[in-house]
Design a protein around this ligand. Structure first.
Ligand code: F6R
Length: 241
């Protein structure tokens, strides 16, 4: 699509469809939600539709992809806070139904297993929204992550910490570890929807779509999914053949 605005509207159309078709089947949708800048326009477009009375999100549940380890959930840049600010509040979702991995748990391994179980008990994710890192990561599954991986603790790649330093007072304040859904967890969602804008994502997008299926580009795992939509602007598409 031509630009970031069209990415947001096109992605919002697909998410609204998923919400309506789940509601029509009598089971509110379970969405997978991403943080980062890529999906912000999509969330704003969805919030506008809710405010206009065009979209009913009652009963909709959401599971976030990831969270930093060692950041207080009340820290403004924790993904608990970011998801509340950008998704839960603007869309008017029931906070009780919005889940974010617990990066502050005393036992992170138990917290990761609990998160997997919660997704399963909710009936699985109907539609997972994704962004892509410049290094090809999805969630915080950095290059060389296993395609079979489940929710677990990962070390952030130096590039990811540098990319996210803009949200923190100083680069060394960016946490080193995170909890992230695994590539296997993400692939279990019934639909995937990846959004990307700008030239900075063009190389990662080309490797995801046209490159070999390879763990050095974790997003290439989307090639394995039966129903993965990639919605990108012209700049992000500029390195596709
Ligand atoms: C966020 C996430 C990451 C981001 C990616 C792109 O929950 O899982 O994979 O989607 O780092 O970030 P932005 O959109 O800020 O370029």
């Amino acid at each position: 699509v031509p630009d970031a605005h069209a990415v947001a509207e096109c992605a919002a159309d697909r998410i609204a469809d998923a919400i309506r078709s789940s509601a029509a089947r009598g089971r509110p949708a379970v969405l997978g939600v991403a943080t980062g800048s890529s999906p912000l326009g999509t969330y704003a477009a969805l919030a506008a539709r809710v405010r206009a009375g065009e979209l009913d999100v009652s009963g909709v549940a959401a599971f976030a992809l990831d969270e930093y380890v060692g950041l207080d959930p009340h820290h403004p840049e924790s993904y608990h806070s970011v998801i509340r600010r950008t998704v839960t509040e603007p869309l008017g979702l029931d906070p009780e139904r919005v889940h974010v991995p617990d990066g502050a748990a005393a036992d992170l391994e138990v917290a990761c297993a609990d998160y997997e179980r919660m997704i399963e008990e909710a009936g699985g994710v109907d539609l997972q929204l994704l962004g892509i890192g410049a290094n090809g990561h999805i969630g915080f599954n950095e290059p060389t992550s296993s395609f079979a991986s489940r929710t677990r603790v990962k070390t952030l790649a130096p590039q990811t910490r540098a990319d996210n330093a803009r949200f923190f007072d100083a680069p060394d304040r960016v946490p080193v570890h995170c909890v992230t859904q695994g590539l296997g967890t993400i692939l279990d969602a019934r639909r995937l929807l990846l959004v990307a804008q700008g030239e900075g994502k063009a190389d990662a997008v080309a490797r995801m779509v046209e490159g070999p299926l390879a763990s050095v580009c974790p997003a290439s795992a989307l090639q394995l999914h039966r129903r993965a939509d990639v919605v990108i602007d012209r700049a992000a598409a500029s390195q596709l053949r």
